[in-house]
Ligand binder design. Structure first.
Ligand code: C2O
Length: 549
């Protein structure tokens, strides 16, 4: 591999969408941010320089960071944030990974504007396990807020109401023609007939899983979360925040120059669900041979049908179709023996209202969220530094509970006590522990889908189901042959999911719901993986420029 250098200048930039201009935090003045391109085996050196008043940190979402935990990026987990006027050099090597990932700010709600694609091509002379595309196109979904998202979340944390919804979804930063005052901000993908395009789809939205579809076209899914999958055809995709999906789009062999909309809108169940409409881009057939006298903008526009907002059966069918490629070249190394079994409840709950605030959560409380009823409290120094220097006292406790304090029941009424507990607790794992983790939606305040993201690892999704997890019978149905491997998985609404991973990466690894509102309310925790005995099983010392708190 080679070494690739990037510089990210964090600075304010005026950006206009929906006829609303605001000054926002960007990388190099761009929205979405710059695309990082590398190959498997390359080393990336990315210097992040902070010119704004906000503290910043950047996360390379889905990069395994083998023995480079200091470069992972979540603020107060692996590093203190980069303060105004300071810089930090993120340095890591891409080991054994290729595909579509992304990078984003990992502090407060700054990832609403600070994000971009991170594309890893295969090693030189290694081809894709599918037909070579004529062209590759990153498509990154996001959200546009007319207001300052930082202000929205700090308000939501004080009063516990649902945070204001965004004003639009975006596709490559553009809301598209279905919103008011927005048709000038439309992503257009110009295509030729009879070609194959690789669309690299990334959901960087803050708070919504999205359905995506292109009118009159189906696509072939070939990769998710930078792992090849068994190819399958579909009209519509479901992508949760934190997930990526590569699809092949085969354009029609012969078609008059025409426009097709490609659209996305939320899949949402439970508390505070909403659908504030649909982001659209345009697939525009270019046809030198089939001259049309009608200007393209006056041509008919074909619109796709997307599933209804709460279509859990579509979601289930879609996720059930995802299987690892599990070929000789790309095997599925599912851990077959398990050293430690964990059971986590994930979901929303309540916290007491702060004095003199008009709280908007259930019964005058404010919203909280928890894992095994621990709502994670952000420490004031980074967990990884505290661990490395042996000064964890007063920073975190290794006492993360093995079972939830409150039970849950899908058939009964909500429990009398919906309060979450608070704490900064981690699970400590010896090096190379083989972990099985079942995550159960609590449904305490209504059933919800939670896209859980694990830093530092890919995991295998060995099983999922609805209702209460049955530890006696459900494991008999686990798929240990070709389960999907990924870094972000939806805990089904009113159900559970089981994952397995090998803790072969020393460091502190964050795990959280990738719906930013839920993360802010505390749906997060951390795994502390200890060093192994061999030199190549240890976390190296921190870089000299690691930011201080
Ligand atoms: Cu993409 Cu911890 O996040």
């Amino acid at each position: 591999g080679v070494t690739k250098h990037y510089t990210f200048e964090i600075k304010l930039q005026n950006v206009t969408r929906l006829c609303h201009t605001k000054s926002m935090v960007t990388v190099n003045g761009r929205f979405p941010g710059p695309r990082i391109m590398a190959r498997e085996g390359d080393r990336l050196l990315i210097k992040v320089v902070n010119h704004v008043q906000n503290n910043i940190s950047i996360h390379w979402h889905g990069i395994r960071q083998l023995q480079s935990g200091w470069a992972d990026g979540p603020a107060y987990i692996t590093q203190c944030p980069i303060q105004t006027g300071q810089s930090y050099l993120y340095s890591f090597t891409i080991v054994g990974q290729r595909g579509t990932l992304f990078w984003h700010a990992h502090i407060s709600w700054l990832r609403s504007t600070v994000y971009g694609p991170l594309i890893i091509l295969p090693k030189p002379n290694v081809s894709y396990p599918f037909v070579k595309p004529h062209k590759e196109v990153p498509i990154i979904f996001g959200e546009w807020f007319n207001a300052d998202p930082e202000a929205i979340i700090s308000q939501a944390l004080q009063t516990g109401g649902g945070p204001n919804v965004s004003d639009a979804y975006t596709l490559n930063g553009l809301p598209g023609p279905l919103y008011n005052c927005s048709s000038q901000d439309t992503f257009r993908l110009k295509v030729k007939h009879g070609r194959t395009y690789l669309l690299r789809l990334i959901n960087a939205a803050l708070n919504d899983e999205l359905f995506f579809s292109i009118a009159n076209h189906s696509v072939t899914v070939v990769e998710t979360d930078a792992i090849y999958v068994k190819p399958f055809e579909t009209d519509t995709l479901l992508i949760a925040p934190g997930q990526t999906t590569n699809v092949l789009l085969r354009t029609k062999p012969n078609f008059p120059a025409t426009n097709f909309l490609m659209t996305a809108r939320p899949y949402a169940t439970g508390q505070g669900t909403f659908d504030n409409s649909t982001v659209a881009g345009i697939l525009e057939y270019q046809s030198p041979s089939l001259h049309s006298t009608v200007p393209v903008k006056n041509l008919p526009l074909f619109k796709p049908n997307l599933p209804p907002l709460n279509d859990t059966s579509f979601a289930t069918n879609f996720t059930n179709r995802l299987k690892s490629l599990a070929s000789a070249q790309y095997p599925a190394n599912v851990p077959l023996k398990v050293d430690k079994h964990f059971f986590f409840t994930v979901g929303l709950g309540t916290n007491p209202c702060d004095q003199n605030k008009a709280c908007q959560g259930p019964n005058g409380t404010k919203f909280g969220a928890s894992v095994n009823n621990v709502s994670f409290v952000q420490p004031t120094t980074a967990l990884l530094q505290a661990h490395f220097s042996g000064q964890s006292n007063g920073v975190y406790s290794p006492s993360f509970p093995f079972s939830p304090a409150h039970w849950f029941n899908f058939t009964g009424n909500p429990p009398n006590n919906t309060m979450v507990g608070n704490g900064t607790k981690v699970v400590v794992l010896p090096f190379n522990t083989s972990v099985e983790l079942v995550m159960q939606d609590t449904s305490i305040l209504g059933v919800e889908s939670h896209p859980l993201h694990l830093h530092g690892f890919n995991f295998f999704v060995v099983g999922q189901g609805f209702g209460n997890y049955d530890p006696k019978n459900d494991p008999k149905k686990f798929n240990l042959v070709d389960p999907i491997e990924r870094n972000t998985v939806g805990v089904p609404s009113g159900g559970w999911v089981a994952i397995r991973f090998l803790a072969d990466n020393p460091g502190v690894w964050f795990m959280h719901c990738h719906l930013e509102a839920h993360t802010s309310w505390g749906l997060k925790m951390a795994w502390l993986v200890l060093d192994g005995n061999l030199p190549n099983q240890k976390l190296p010392p921190p870089p000299a420029d690691l930011p201080k708190c």
